[in-house]
Structure formats: structure tokens, C-alpha cells
Design a protein around this ligand. Structure first.
Ligand code: ZN
Length: 510
């Protein structure tokens, strides 16, 4: 056995533990009765500790040193070398974070999340303030432990999007605002209600599930290696490429809820199902920092796939021109007076809203920028937790022209800060940018793609994405993947072009 083989065997075991953790988490969020929570929490804690001690140990350190010596001089671009580098980077970060800090964050996080849920219900920001102050303090400690040269946010965002910085995000946000805010104004000046409200009717939940299964299979989600279930907060999770679980959420009155959540999560699932089989149980299908079995290059790169299938494909005119008749068959009374074009318009209506998760494609990134900008300012001490509701509302007014009537629909709406997830929000915007860039590259390289999509043949696009991006797992960063397909790293121009073209057409702006 070589040192590399020994290290690979150890990583394989670690990977098995992470997949077992994923199984428990999937069950917790889909099937588990409420009273199972306390014992499930203990099981997760025990298994997490076991996984961490398998990874961060003297044995791993020795094997890592020996492997690095052994593979010195090998092709720097090979999966072997890249896998070892992932282990090294993650190992160094883990070594820098004191385990007592991790324990304090986990303990406080659980209480703080409960306090947030109560505060949100009661619309009482004051009761959540002390928790948020302590959570912010721990995140500052975490940033100091991980280390950064410019801004504490840079340390935290590494956990989700390696290589991203606050300075670069500042430039990205400025470019997006310069394109999106004027577009939004033009849309608002002509927006009018549609001739028919499709969401007054009731849509049978079993029939909704049938359509969700059909559409996700149509774009290529393989149900011999996956399942669709329901969950209050839809998610995707995998236990290797051969068992990928997706979920959706049903609302009897609002059909788009289940359809687009299913397409979104299937987009995540397509990434996992199409990772090269030889990467299973390796460092290239595990997020060592988050201790999570996941194959995509980063959180942002994972959102690229979900957003691409949900929005660029699933909310396209071609898609509904082809598949609306199936919806009408399933819901003949509810959709009797509608047609494909009306449905397309109804699921793409742009309306500034208070709530991020209900936002359309044009306004969504503004919700993200607001949150990331507030996180950065909090971390650098430029603003105080006490002033958050005011600052939140002022930014909502500036970006979306709306003032939240209460904190429940304002600063208290998202769970992320309560458990300490600072640095995570920008990944959604990175995913949107990458989706537009990748699809633009695919269109340039595949002369028949437009015709194939118009005919409902999604396999050629899926093959291209698999070959260029999915199959590599975590071997390349977001920028490296994009450079390989488009010749440049993250660039906001294709997203702005896409939004401008789609919504100019939809709203007759030119
Ligand atoms: Zn997602």
C-alpha cells in the first residue's frame, strides 16, 4: 500500500460517515416525528464528532505528509493531486479552528435559532438582539481563527465559496446594481395585472406530485438513483451519486411553489448524479470544512446548477410552450381559460417583494446584496446590531422601493444569522451569475442547442454540463470551471444580458 492509498482509505471511511450523517439529516427534515428531535440531535452530534476525529487526527496528518512527498512531481492538474490539495487546505483550516469554539457555536446556535423562531413569531427583534450579538461575536472569533488579510468576511466566505473576497463581491454587486436597478424601474413603469389570476383555484396535491415527478425526469433526473419527497423547506442531499434525494413543498393554491422547488432541487440533484463514478468516496465529493458529503465545487457552484434548471430552462417560454398541455391535462378545470403564454407570464411576473424566498429573477439578487452588505458592515463594526431594523428597512427602500411594515417581514425573516451562518448568502448570487455564464457558453459551443431545447430534448445540454462541469466534482473552483468553459472567471455580463433580453421581451420595454 502506498501512502496515497492509505490516505484514500481513510478519506473513504470519513466519507461513509458523512453520508450516514446525510441520511439522518434527510430523515429529520422529511419523515421524523417532532418528538424524535432530541435523540436525533444527540445522534448527529456523536456522529459528527466521530467524523471530525477520523479526519483531524495525528494519523491523517502523518498520511497527508507522506502522501505529499510521494506525489510530488505528479501532474498538478490530476484528480489525485487535486484531491490531496483539498485535504491539505481543509486540514489546515480545521487545525486553526479551536474545537471549543466549534462547540460553543453549536451550543449557542441551537438556542439562538429557537430564540429567533420565537422572536419572528412575536415580531420582537429586541428579544433576539442579545442572541444575535453573541452569535456575531463568535463569528468574529471564527474569522480571526481562520485568518484573513483584508476583511473578516473573507475568512467566513471561504467556508462556502473558496477564493471569494469582500472586495470582489463589492465589485460584483456594483455591476449588478448598475444593471438591475434601472431595469426594475422600467419594468415597474409598465407592469399591469395579468388578465386572469391562476392562483385562485385549488390544485390537487397528488396531481402536483405527479407533474413534479414527470418534469424532473424529463430534464434528466434519474429516479433509479434518486427520490422525490416533500419537506417544509425544500432541499437536496446525496448519499453518493447513486442515491440522491430531492424534496419539494406543496401549496394547494399556489402551483408554482412545488413545480419550481422541484426543478430547483432536481438541478442540484443532476450535479450530484453526474459526478464521475471514480470520485465516489474521495476528497473530491466531500466538503471537509462543512463536514458534508457534497460533490459540487462550492455552494455557489451548486446553486449554478439549480438556478440554471429552475430559471433559465424551467421558466423559459420554450419549456411551457411544450409542457403546459400536460399541466392542463392534470388540472383541466383550474387551467381551462389559460394558455402557455399566460402561464409563462404568470410565473415570471416581476414584483418587488419583502420576502427573499418569494422573489423573482430580477429582484432576487438585490435581496442577497442587502444581506451580504449588512454582514460585512456588522463584521467590521461599521454598524451595530441595535440599528439593524432601521438599516434593513432603509436598504429595502433603496433597492426595492418597499418598507417592511414589521421586522417579521424585514430583518427577522431569514434563519441564517441565528445559527451563525455568516458568509453564505452571496453563494446564491454567484450561482445565478455562473448559470448565465455557463448557458451562454453552451449556446456558443452547441449550434443546435436552441433547437434541441425548443423540442424538449434536454439530454445534449445535460451531457455538455456533465462533461464540462458536473463530472469533476470538487476538483476545480468556480473560477476554474468557468475559465475552462468560457475563457474567463465569474463575469456578471451574461446574467445582465439574460435579464435584459428576457424581461425587455416580456414587458415590451423596447
Ligand atoms: Zn439551492
Amino acid at each position: 500500500m502506498t501512502a496515497y492509498d492509505d490516505l484514500a482509505a481513510r478519506i473513504g471511511e470519513y466519507h461513509d460517515l458523512l453520508c450516514a450523517l446525510n441520511t439522518l439529516k434527510w430523515d429529520m427534515r422529511t419523515m421524523m416525528p417532532a418528538r424524535g428531535a432530541a435523540s436525533r440531535g444527540r445522534q448527529l452530534a456523536t456522529l459528527t464528532k466521530l467524523a471530525k476525529s477520523t479526519f483531524v487526527s495525528e494519523k491523517t496528518a502523518r498520511l497527508l505528509d507522506a502522501t505529499e512527498t510521494e506525489i510530488a512531481g505528479e501532474d498538478a492538474d490530476s484528480y489525485r493531486v487535486r484531491a490531496v490539495r483539498q485535504v491539505r487546505d481543509a486540514y489546515d483550516i480545521h487545525r486553526r479552528i479551536p474545537s471549543e469554539l466549534v462547540a460553543r457555536m453549536a451550543a449557542l446556535g441551537a438556542q439562538s435559532e429557537a430564540a429567533w423562531a420565537e422572536a419572528k413569531d412575536a415580531d420582537d427583534f429586541a428579544s433576539f438582539k442579545p442572541w444575535l450579538k453573541r452569535m456575531l461575536g463568535l463569528n468574529i472569533e471564527l474569522a480571526e481563527a481562520i485568518g484573513y488579510s483584508d476583511h473578516p468576511f473573507d475568512a467566513l466566505v471561504q467556508q462556502f465559496e473558496p477564493g471569494m473576497t469582500s472586495a470582489r463581491l463589492g465589485r460584483i454587486f456594483a455591476e449588478l446594481k448598475a444593471g438591475i436597478l434601472p431595469l426594475l424601474e422600467r419594468i415597474a413603469s409598465v407592469d399591469a395585472p395579468l388578465p386572469l389570476n391562476l392562483w385562485d383555484a385549488e390544485y390537487d396535491l397528488a396531481a402536483q406530485k405527479g407533474i413534479c415527478l414527470e418534469l424532473t425526469a424529463l430534464i434528466g433526473f434519474d429516479y433509479t438513483r434518486g427520490r422525490l419527497d416533500s419537506a417544509p423547506h425544500p432541499f437536496e442531499i446525496s448519499f453518493t451519486r447513486d442515491d440522491v434525494r430531492i424534496t419539494t413543498r406543496y401549496d394547494a393554491n399556489y402551483l408554482p411553489m412545488s413545480l419550481f422547488a422541484a426543478l430547483h432541487e432536481a438541478g442540484h440533484g443532476l450535479y450530484e448524479q453526474n459526478i464521475a463514478p471514480e470520485l465516489t468516496r474521495t476528497a473530491l465529493t466531500a466538503d471537509f470544512i462543512g463536514q458534508y458529503a457534497v460533490g459540487g465545487a462550492s455552494f455557489g457552484a451548486h446553486e449554478f446548477s439549480s438556478r440554471l434548471w429552475e430559471n433559465q430552462i424551467g421558466r423559459s417560454r420554450d419549456f411551457w410552450r411544450l409542457h403546459f398541455s400536460r399541466l392542463q391535462e392534470a388540472f383541466p378545470a383550474q387551467l381551462a381559460a389559460a394558455d402557455a403564454e399566460l402561464f409563462y407570464r404568470a410565473v415570471n411576473r416581476v414584483r418587488p417583494s419583502l420576502i427573499r424566498v418569494e422573489a423573482d429573477e430580477v429582484t432576487y439578487n438585490l435581496h442577497i446584496m442587502l444581506r451580504a452588505e449588512i454582514e460585512m458592515a456588522l463584521l467590521e463594526g461599521a454598524i451595530a446590531v441595535d440599528d439593524l431594523p432601521e438599516i434593513w428597512n432603509a436598504k429595502m427602500e433603496e433597492y426595492l422601493g418597499l418598507t417592511p411594515p414589521d421586522d417579521r417581514r424585514g430583518v427577522l425573516q431569514d434563519v441564517h444569522w441565528s445559527f451563525g451562518g455568516f458568509g453564505n448568502f452571496p453563494c446564491y448570487t454567484i450561482g445565478n451569475i455562473m448559470a448565465a455564464q455557463a448557458l451562454a457558453a453552451a449556446r456558443a459551443q452547441m449550434p443546435d442547442l436552441a433547437g434541441e431545447l425548443a423540442a424538449g430534448d434536454y439530454q445534449p445540454l445535460l451531457n455538455w454540463l456533465s462533461d464540462k462541469i458536473y463530472r469533476h466534482g470538487r476538483a476545480y473552483s468556480t473560477d476554474e470551471l468557468l475559465t475552462r468553459v468560457s475563457g474567463e472567471g465569474l463575469n456578471t455580463a451574461p446574467l445582465l444580458d439574460y435579464l435584459e433580453n428576457k424581461y425587455s421581451d416580456l414587458y415590451g420595454l423596447n
